[in-house]
Design a protein around this ligand. Structure first.
Ligand code: PEP
Length: 244
């Protein structure tokens, strides 16, 4: 399986930050591993040009379910693809919280992504209250069921398990808790899509940094990471890529 380190710049980054890309493309993931950066939409085109011919892949942070239309402020999957993206993050917890995105909407966006040849990185994860109530597996099970369209394969989808309480907080689940959720997600995917779903990459996300990346990557059923804050600087993200 091609392990993947994916960086989500969120609403950070202007042209000056493209210097980080130059530094990052000097880093080489181990054979069979991939690195991906998802900058704000305004930087995709320039970042894709800067990364051309290197091992760095570029992605969007969201797309609309429709290709064109009266949707002020939105970006469509064909637009991302034309700008140089090959992946798109969908259903990030910040979009679910800030924009009220539902599983059904995320599912429709994933289908739109596929129609434009993009790999969908679908995010799921429980809140702290849900974990405390013993609901973590039920919540992520429901999200993955509702957000992942029929036809998911190892080539067109990546699932990111991101506990909401671990994002940007410096707190992470125990390795045992991460393994428990990832094993559960793998079983859900295999029961729905068959044995080929053993090849779908499962990323962990939430306060991944150079100091904890190696142990997280060594955890069963963890096939990479979705990284927020630590993806902004090439030195940090390069160290995470090196730990893949
Ligand atoms: C994220 O938002 O996807 C994320 C994992 O953020 P951080 O790494 O900063 O916790």
């Amino acid at each position: 399986m091609r392990r993947l380190a994916a960086g989500n710049w969120k609403m950070n980054g202007t042209a000056a930050d493209l210097a980080e890309v130059a530094a990052l493309t000097a880093a080489h993931p181990a054979p069979g591993c991939e690195m991906l950066l998802c900058p704000p939409a305004t930087l995709i085109d320039r970042m894709a040009r800067a990364a051309h011919g290197t091992a760095l892949r570029i992605g969007g942070q969201d797309c609309h379910a429709r290709a064109t239309g009266a949707h002020t402020g939105d970006v469509s999957a064909p637009m991302l693809a034309e700008a140089g993206a090959s992946y798109v993050i969908l259903g990030h917890s910040e979009r679910r919280a800030d924009h009220g995105e539902t599983d059904a909407q995320v599912c429709a966006k994933a289908e739109a992504a596929w129609a434009s040849g993009l790999v969908a990185v679908v995010c799921v994860g429980e809140t702290e209250a849900e974990r405390d109530a013993g609901q973590a597996l039920a919540v992520v099970g429901r999200q993955v069921e509702g957000s992942v369209p029929e036809g998911a394969t190892a080539e067109n989808i990546v699932i990111a398990y991101e506990p909401v309480w671990a994002i940007g907080t410096g707190r992470t689940p125990t390795l045992h808790e991460i393994a428990e959720v990832h094993r559960f997600l793998r079983a859900e995917l295999v029961s729905r899509f068959g044995a080929a779903a053993k090849g779908i990459r499962l990323l962990y996300g939430g306060s991944v940094k150079p100091s904890n990346a190696a142990e997280i990557f060594a955890t069963p059923e963890v096939n990479g990471a979705l990284v927020g804050g630590a993806s902004l600087k090439a030195a940090d993200f390069g160290a995470i890529v090196a730990a893949l």
